[in-house]
Design a protein around this ligand. Structure first.
Ligand code: WTA
Length: 645
């Protein structure tokens, strides 16, 4: 059992939210949500004030989620225009390039001009309110400009992480019928080039909806520009006016779609709307990070993930913060890079993923200790459970035992942070997501849906809506309801396991569905399986997660080849490469275990529980295998188990 770190006295005294304030605000949000959220929503500028506040139900009969529904606002205006009078010359975006020495500073005034020009360029290229725009960019300021320009004209953006393959990109473009794609010639990460434009060209061969591609020149690499379709970004914005009125959007008009993996089927287009999302993003950014004007805030996530949306862009800019955007990776040119960046910009708040912390921890303290980091005040963690060992290292080595760590638990679906310790309010327990954010009502239920009280362990549900909740699955409202509200009727089911301890702290224990979390990236095992079975040599595949020192979870694939194929190192390499091409490098299987057969029940259902145990190397207690059609399959899998590297 690891240590508990009490709230430091100066935090208790000076933080925006201390223990008492947390309790009273939590109670206020729970007891009178309309009053609580009326006040919180006033942090934004509304073009039409709202009169209705919360109008939500998780029940089938009257299912629906609406917040501030009769209000109107523009998200980009809230992130930019309203800061101009006081903070026009303050830096909005600090950009640090892949290699040291390359950087840009963009003030709020410059951000306004960039976004207005691009918004006009989007309009000139046919984009109208409600149209979908796919953004497939590296971590460069143009990614933020693009998101905000869409918001300004009322177009719905769908950002696709630059590490996804042409196939994955094309699926995401087709699903929402984007008419325009914004990309770059190439991306640059850790000195390696990523052929973004070439990937777009390949993806578009299967997409008929796209008529324009705006291309940012990032590396100057050789690319094809297709006549009549492809336009240079810098030329398009140069021609456009620097004034562009912000469109009045209903609070419930869509802001963005972000695709995420679930336990079944294709990735879902998670849809977030304008008003509630921005209130939620802004509020959590302020309270969770104890954000103060002038702070340099660095969220190290890519804008291709929800963390980048909410904390690199929307939450931070809504609060007029200086947000740092880093193009590269933690280990380039060496393992000190993160902390050198912290020193270079005197970063106050650093928010990163456990997988990066574990990878850096493995390289030793010297890389950290040779930097100062004295500007740091607060650290954050997100995306996956952080193991206490990594937590303690982060606390001791990176934060010099001076900086609290906020371990923020949330999901693409939840828009922003749902549970976290607040640095001025809660003693820290390494690895605990700790306490619910204002307005979040968590319950732990057993398999039958019975709500469990007190210290307990089970499945995490949320019983009532919060403003930043996703509103639907793009194009499939029924799937939204089925996925999240039918397992435990009347409740939102997170898909996560959870424990509550004797102090009422929540501990996320990991996914209880067929979603795995690889280096903080969500991956559906079904997606990897369907990529594998699409290979000509594969008869059948089953994919599970297993504990991985750096990645949190690794991808373990059981593969049965067609009868005429021979198992070999070459075929193994071929399959790994195939999955990378089909989905993207983040889906690279760590282990391919050639399986003569898979453990199935007599009705043909694969017993994943057994496959997980074998992958974990925990073969002593496989439980009851008597219901299997052929129990001998298990024995052969145990003996042929490949030891994960
Ligand atoms: C996991 C990322 C433990 C969880 C913001 C969730 C976490 C999934 C934490 C969502 C945390 C995220 N502690 N687990 N602090 N944060 N998770 O949609 O399993 O990419 O369901 O959103 O990540 O991943 P997503």
């Amino acid at each position: 059992m690891s240590s508990v770190h009490p709230v430091p006295a100066e935090w208790a005294a000076n933080a925006k939210i201390n223990a008492e304030r947390y309790e009273s605000m939590y109670a206020a949000a729970a007891n009178d949500p309309d009053a609580f959220w009326r006040k919180e929503a006033m942090r934004l500028d509304w073009m039409t004030p709202f009169t209705k506040i919360k109008n939500t139900s998780f029940h089938e009969a009257d299912f629906g989620i609406k917040w501030f529904e009769d209000g109107a606002l523009n998200v980009a205006a809230n992130c930019i225009d309203r800061h101009l009078a006081e903070r026009g010359d303050a830096v909005a975006i600090l950009w640090e390039g892949d290699s040291p020495g390359e950087d840009r500073r963009i003030t709020y005034r410059e951000l306004h001009e960039e976004v207005c020009r691009l918004a006009n360029a989007l309009k000139a290229n046919g984009v109208r309110k409600g149209d979908r725009v796919t953004i497939y960019l590296p971590m460069i300021p143009e990614a933020a400009f693009s998101m905000l320009a869409c918001a300004r004209v009322g177009a719905i953006h769908s950002v696709v992480f630059g590490g996804f393959s042409p196939d994955s990109l094309s699926g995401r473009i087709q699903d929402c019928d984007s008419t325009l794609v914004i990309t770059a010639d190439e991306g640059l990460r850790g000195g390696k080039k990523v052929p973004l434009k070439a990937n777009v060209d390949e993806a578009l061969a299967q997409c008929s909806s796209v008529s324009r591609v705006l291309v940012v020149r990032r590396t100057g690499g050789d690319i094809l520009m297709k006549d009549g379709r492809d336009v240079w970004y810098h030329e398009a914005v140069a021609k456009a006016s620097a004034e562009c009125p912000a469109e009045a959007m209903s609070a419930e008009d869509p802001l963005f779609i972000l695709y995420t993996s679930g336990s079944t089927g294709k990735p879902k287009g998670v849809l977030h709307t304008s008003g509630g999302y921005l209130v939620w993003a802004s509020m959590t950014h302020e309270y969770v990070f104890d954000y103060r004007p002038g702070d340099i805030f660095w969220c190290a996530a890519d804008v291709g993930w929800v963390t980048g949306h909410t904390y690199v862009v929307y939450g931070a800019l809504a609060n007029g913060a200086t947000t740092l955007m880093y193009e590269g990776v933690p280990n380039h040119p060496d393992f000190s890079r993160f902390w050198q960046i912290v020193d270079k910009y005197e970063v106050d708040i650093f928010y990163g993923a456990p997988t990066a912390i574990r990878a850096l921890m493995r390289e030793g303290e010297e890389w950290v200790k040779k930097t100062s980091r004295k500007s740091l005040r607060l650290l954050g963690s997100v995306g996956e459970p952080i193991n206490p060992e990594a937590w303690e290292w982060y606390y001791r080595v990176v934060g010099d035992e001076r900086c609290p760590i906020v371990d923020t638990y949330w999901q693409t679906e939840t828009g922003a942070c749902m549970m976290t310790p607040l640095p001025g309010a809660h003693a820290l327990k390494p690895g605990a997501a700790s306490k619910p954010m204002f307005g979040v009502k968590p319950v732990i239920v057993d398999a039958e849906g019975k709500v469990l009280e007190g210290p307990t362990d089970g499945n995490l549900c949320i019983t009532d809506s919060w403003p930043g909740q996703m509103r639907t699955v793009w194009g499939d409202h029924e799937r939204f309801f089925q996925t999240y509200f039918t397992t435990y009727p009347g409740k939102y089911f997170t898909g996560d396991g959870c424990r509550r301890d004797e102090d009422g702290y929540y501990w996320i224990t990991g996914r209880v569905d067929d979603v795995i979390n690889v280096s903080g990236h969500r991956m559906g095992t079904a997606e990897v399986e369907s990529a594998l079975v699409a290979h000509a040599k594969v008869a059948e595949a089953a994919v599970v997660g297993y504990p991985h020192d750096i990645k949190g979870q690794g991808i373990y694939a059981y593969v049965t080849l067609n009868a005429n194929e021979t198992e070999s190192a070459e075929v193994r390499a071929e399959l790994v490469k195939w999955v990378r091409q089909e989905i993207g490098p983040i889906a690279t299987p760590d282990v391919i275990h050639f399986a003569p057969g898979l453990p199935k029940t007599r009705s043909g259902k694969i017993m994943r529980r057994i496959l997980r145990k074998i992958a974990e190397g925990d073969t002593s207690n496989l439980g009851d295998i008597s219901t299997l059609a052929d129990p001998s399959v298990v024995e052969s899998l145990v003996t042929s188990r490949s030891v994960p590297a």
